[in-house]
Write a protein that binds this ligand. Structure first.
Ligand code: C2E
Ligand code: CA
Ligand code: CA
Length: 754
């Protein structure tokens, strides 16, 4: 607009100038030359007659170069040219080419932006005769304009981005509003649920450090609402000092986003100073930078649940009698300690201890008494407790001590000595005082075994070694013991194989005569198994019977012996011999299995042997663990007519008191009582008492292992009923003793000479 005005003015000015042209030529020329306009004047249809000074300076073209040019010469753009041509061709009046903007190039080729405003002069005949183009240099304006446009564009772009961001912002805002609303809803529901339950809630606005606890949170700990401040520190102060670290750790982990929830059990102090187990749960909300802004959660009183858990744990891992760790816990701890020892290359020791005369005490005074004694014994160990020692009760009268991280075996030996000495005092229970000793087997990891099983097995072997050396001592496991163990395992394998594949070939039954002490008449026999291995030769029952008992193979051996004996009796009967009863040994293990009665009965039926020819020998241990059961089984044998002999009497722990209720016919006094009977008055007195008591209880007595005439004389004088021993005969194979059936009397040593 402004530009157009100026050009219109210029145009008028020019009209005036031209009119002056004819008269005042010089003045006009100088005005044209000095005007700040590009002026080009054409005469008629295209012959440039003026190119002013300003234009020459601006474009670099000289007037001389320009004069004479037509409408298509330098500086004429298409619009100018078209409008000029139109103007000259069109006869109608007042046609002025429209003002317009364009650009031209100066002589050096630089671009010049020009605003053209043109006019036409007419002659008398109203024909266009002079054409004038006037241009204003608008290059500077154009630059400003361009900059303006650029700025506008940038502005627009920014504006666009801004509105995009605004849109996003408002969407987010809507979302936030929505989630806040649903959060509120969730919170509300949560609150309602919590009010319904007994849980408390806590809320911590972390940035503002505002903490609040629900009333229930406080009630749980015995506080009224106002009595406990709503500050984090006063709440945390209530956590037990032993739990605070784990609480802080859990909190830290959650706030570092390592856990999805805070979930931890702590003890918290109640108003009255007791502790309750509280489960603290919580969840934090984080901002975009992952820093927590708020955390909230619940508290639950789990004291009674914890107590139940503790009770269950105690039941599972502690011995209810002595409160010592039980076998399960011991094994877990041992496994742990073994791992540590392996990792840190340290040693540990196990002391396997077994009370020596506990069984006899139990049998004499009853289980209640025994239990009380175990509690007292446990108390004696209390003074031995150290940080690296665990004492556990494996069951019965067996204890195991674990000493971790020891430097040498001396420490284990010293402790064993202390244990043994701690029992050197009378234990007074129900106003009765008793003494108890213990045998201990020691093993050291890693020397004596690298796994639990081997260590325990070797400790057991060492303990038995201690027992065999007279009890009340400790023994270290040794390689010799280990060799014995290996030998035992070998023997077990051989025995198993023989029983499975070569029973009839390798096993035989020998019979040892029992004679009447007064008359020397054959009154019975004991069936004793014999094993001859094709390579190893004769293997003593003392060697393999204990292994057979441990492994249960004894059942098969006993059954074999019973069958063989019955068959032998059948044959002797068939051959017309006058039979005597034969006693077979029934191991304690076998006896406790109720079907032993049925097995024997079936064998008797099968071989058609009267039960009166078969006696059974049982040891005290068969009757000890379950008196009622033993009585029941023995009564069945009695009812069938099978007599029962009590073997090895005096070596076990039972008292005659214990036996008086059992249906036993004969007492066999063990060889160890007979050995010194001839020259030791005390032994003689014991034998005498035993025989008298047995007679009072209506039992016969057989003296076992009688080897000398002197022994025989003593026993005769003491009214012993029967004699079994090398003095008369060793156990013999059937064909070697058949002749004895027909004898009225057996002379001493007679059968041995055969
Ligand atoms: P036991 O039942 O006490 O048998 C008596 C043992 O004493 C027998 O040893 C016998 O040979 C031995 N003996 C007898 N008189 C004398 C003597 O005057 N001097 C000496 N030094 N020894 C004598 P054996 O046959 O070696 O048996 C040892 C143990 O093995 C038996 O002791 C018994 O407990 C067990 N046993 C043997 N055969 C069987 C069996 O068939 N079944 C079961 N369960 N155990 C058996
Ligand atoms: Ca026997
Ligand atoms: Ca015996």
């Amino acid at each position: 607009m402004h530009i157009k005005n100026t050009s219109q003015e210029n145009h008028n000015n020019l009209k005036y100038t031209i009119s002056l042209f004819k008269d005042k030529n010089n003045l006009a020329n100088s005005i044209l030359d000095n005007a700040n306009l590009i002026i080009l004047v054409w005469k008629g249809s295209g012959n440039l007659i003026k190119f002013n000074n300003y234009a020459q300076k601006l474009t670099g073209f000289k007037e001389i170069e320009m004069l004479g040019n037509g409408w298509d010469g330098h500086l004429v753009d298409d619009v100018l040219k078209a409008s000029m041509m139109k103007g000259f061709s069109d006869l109608s009046k007042d046609i002025i080419p429209p003002p317009h903007e364009t650009y031209v190039f100066d002589k050096a080729g630089h671009k010049i932006d020009v605003f053209w405003s043109n006019s036409v002069l007419y002659d008398e005949k109203r024909k266009p005769s002079i054409f004038i183009a006037m241009g204003t240099d608008i290059s500077n304006r154009k630059i400003v304009e361009k900059r303006l446009v650029n700025s506008y564009k940038t502005l627009k772009m920014l504006n666009d981005r801004l509105s995009l961001a605004q849109i996003e912002l408002s969407t987010r805002y809507e979302e936030l509003k929505f989630s806040q609303e649903s959060l509120k809803e969730v919170e509300e529901r949560f609150r309602l649920a919590l009010e319904g339950s007994k849980d408390g809630i806590w809320d911590w606005k972390i940035k503002a450090n505002k903490f609040s606890l629900s009333t229930q949170c406080k009630i749980m700990l015995g506080y009224r609402d106002k009595e406990l401040n709503d500050t984090l520190s006063s709440w945390l102060k209530l956590i037990h000092k032993d739990d605070i670290e784990s609480f802080q750790q859990a909190m830290k982990k959650h706030l570092c986003k390592q856990t999805l929830f805070l979930n931890i059990n702590v003890r918290m102090k109640t108003k009255i100073g007791m502790y309750k187990w509280i489960l603290i749960r919580g969840k934090a909300i984080f901002d975009n930078d992952n820093s927590p802004i708020r955390m909230a959660g619940s508290t639950t009183d789990i004291t009674s649940r914890r107590k139940n858990e503790e009770t269950i744990y105690k039941l599972a891992y502690y011995d209810s009698l002595t409160n010592l760790p039980n076998r399960t816990l011991f094994n877990l701890k041992l496994a742990d300690e073994l791992k540590k020892s392996l990792k840190y290359n340290t040693q540990l020791a196990l002391l396997y201890m077994d009370l020596d005369n506990f069984k006899s005490i139990n049998d004499t005074f009853g289980h209640h008494f025994g239990d009380k004694l175990l509690i007292e014994v446990t108390k004696s160990f209390e003074c031995l407790m150290r940080d690296n020692i665990i004492i556990s009760r494996l069951g019965g009268d067996e204890f195991m001590v674990l000493i971790s991280d020891i430097h040498d075996i001396t420490y284990a030996c010293e402790l064993s000595n202390e244990i043994i000495k701690s029992l050197y005092r009378p234990f007074i229970i129900n106003s009765t005082s008793v003494f108890v000793t213990t045998s201990i087997g020691i093993v050291v990891y890693p020397n004596d075994g690298s796994d639990i099983e081997t260590l325990l097995k070797n400790a057991d072997a060492a303990m038995y070694h201690a027992k065999s050396l007279g009890k009340n001592n400790y023994q270290l496991f040794s390689t010799e013991l280990n060799a014995k163990l290996v030998e035992k395992m070998e023997l077990e394998k051989t025995l198993r194989f023989a029983l499975l594949n070569r029973k009839e070939k390798e096993f035989m039954v020998y019979y040892q005569p029992q004679v009447d002490a007064k008359t020397g008449e054959l009154v019975g026999m004991e069936a004793l198994v014999r094993w001859t291995h094709p390579k190893r030769g004769f293997i003593s029952p003392n060697q393999f019977i204990p292994i057979a008992e441990e492994t249960g193979l004894i059942n098969e051996i006993d059954e074999f012996v019973i069958k063989a004996t019955c068959k032998q009796l059948r044959q002797w009967q068939y051959q017309g011999y006058k039979l005597v009863p034969v006693s077979v040994n029934i191991s304690a293990n076998q006896f406790k299995q109720q079907n032993i009665f049925n097995k024997i009965k079936a064998i008797l039926d099968e071989t058609e042997i009267s039960p009166k020819w078969l006696h059974i020998e049982i040891t005290e241990s068969a009757t000890i663990s379950d008196m009622n059961l033993a009585t029941k089984i023995l009564n069945r044998f009695k009812a069938l007519g099978i007599k029962v002999l009590l073997d090895d009497f005096g070596t076990g722990y039972s008292s005659l008191n214990h036996l008086k209720n059992l249906p036993i016919n004969t007492l066999k006094i063990d060889k160890s009582f007979i050995d010194r009977i001839a020259y030791e008055e005390s032994e003689k007195a014991i034998a005498h008492t035993l025989i008298e008591l047995a007679h009072i209880l209506n039992m016969d007595v057989i003296a076992e292992g009688v080897e000398t005439e002197a022994q025989l004389e003593v026993l005769k004088a003491q009214q012993c009923d029967k004699i079994q021993g090398y003095l008369f005969s060793k156990p013999l194979p059937p064909d070697k003793l058949e002749y004895l059936f027909s004898r009225k009397q057996i002379s001493i040593y007679e059968a041995n000479e055969l």
